[in-house]
Write a protein that binds this ligand. Sequence first.
Ligand code: DX5
Ligand code: ZN
Length: 220
Amino acid sequence: MSRDIRITPSILNADRENLSSEISRIAAVSDLIHLDVMDNIFVPNFTFDFDAASAIIKASPIPIDSHLMVAEVDEIAIAYAQAGSASVTIHVEACRNIRNTVRGIRAAGARAAIALKPGTDIDDYEEFLDDLDMFLIMTVEPGFGGQSFIDEMLPKIEKVRSLIGDRPIWLQVDGGISLNTIERAAHAGADTFVAGSAVFNSSDPAAMVQNLRKLASLTN
Ligand code: DX5
Ligand code: ZN
């Protein structure tokens, strides 16, 4: 059975001074734009505050996938859903009440997702699957673009794929996805792929998105 494939380019390493033109280069061939929100507390890097992120969400021509790498994410996650994100992902390591928060995200009209850092075990989080629209397995330590894909995450992706079974939950991978790694991630069961530096360091970002999609679809 072949799964639907989604490519969600991350604008983390795009030209921040010209974001709307950067987004317009890939919008027609991408499923969602992946927006990395970092607070310099949960991760050692800062990207956007809520107002700046909201402006990007409102101006985007295609849906936004907000990946919140922020401490004490419970309340701000709902605000990101209310601001118009199509999808909001919280880190389990930063959340006090996962069930309430994912339900709040959905009640505000967005898809809800949880993310696990590479060192976080899946076992404690299976119980949330029925409240989720997407599950994100980080394939690098969150914080920076341009890192190498961690191959040791492949069994974790396989495990989540088998736990999902036939539920319509997207399985996303984020970090180090490129022409060299996307087939491995797809073969392990991922269907939704974040790609930052692979897309925006390419001379033709739209062609790169299409090539990534082709490889993931062939493998799938
Ligand atoms: C890392 C971010 C990623 C990052 C991916 O913490 O969550 O979304 O932008 O960048 P690449 O694709 O370059 O690894
Ligand atoms: Zn991300």
